[in-house]
Design a protein around this ligand. Sequence first.
Ligand code: COA
Length: 318
Amino acid sequence: MIYSRIAATGAYLPERVLTNAELEKLVDTTDEWIRTRTGIERRHIAAAGETTVDLAERAARRALDAAGVAPGEVDFIAFGTTTPDLIFPNCGVLLQERLGCYGVPAFSLETACSGFMYALSIADKYVRCGDAKRALVVGAETLSRITDWKDRATAVLFADGAGAVVLEPAAAPGVLSTHLHADGRHQELLYCGSGVSKGLSLSPAITMAGKEVFKIAVSKLGSVVDETLSANGLERGALDWLVPHQANIRIIQATATKLAMPMERVIVTVQDHGNTSAASVPLALDVGVRDGRIKRGDLLLLEAFGGGFTWGSALVRY
Ligand code: COA
């Protein structure tokens, strides 16, 4: 039996940091409101001309370096993003060209904030069936390009960044299970209304009904963590770390409570990163691994929820 395991992680954040104090000058908001309602204190914003694939390449190279895998040895690329460089070629292929692993399958998928969970689930299955041996799983975004900087409801939330993991075959899991879901009935609550077939906008922007999204996110994340524990025969409290999607500290706290986990066992980066959508979980994972909190053998629950709605989780023995 072949399993997949995370060989290493990597991340990259753009240099420019945008603080709440600066946002106070752009929209009618306050640092106090943003911190108490969301937990966000600052976020990173890509420079003019810096693209999603630019961020992804740096994160990917860091993950490959930590795994001791040469970029040319990657044999599978799954890339979650909602802010691709181009309509096509897809971001997976653009990244493949940068890394020089020509010929291997490379694709991107757009499941908003759960993009990394979907990419991880697919890559895990390719490794487990023997078709991939050094799979690169990426989540990267430049959400600042689809943020309306005059809309206080969204401008304070979204940000840019990239995270990546290298998956390799292993005799023991690794990735124990993944759980993916979608429900298109609520698409009007969170969307970006620009597209090729429906018509392109010159200034595409995220539209969100925050309160409604909040309630559904808490409920769906609550069910998916239950589903994950039950699929693995685990009790609440069995996990070493929760590595959640970083959208809002109050959503994270609700999921931690559901899991009976103290906040000391939760990797929280929302204060520094804001909501980086598909990049959020691999960014948080990389922070936890590199600062030494997450250790080899630890049991992790990764989860995310996003526009669509889409949501998902993974139980991982690191
Ligand atoms: N600054 C100051 N005030 C703001 C504000 C801002 N940036 N945005 C909204 N407000 C105001 C509202 O107008 C409202 O004022 P009112 O009471 O006079 O009508 C008040 O603050 C409360 O707004 P509300 O929307 O009820 O706040 P909330 O507690 O629900 O928090 C969010 C808003 C967006 C932070 C929260 O709903 C949220 O995080 N939702 C989920 C978002 C998310 O995770 N999206 C991505 C999913 S991956």
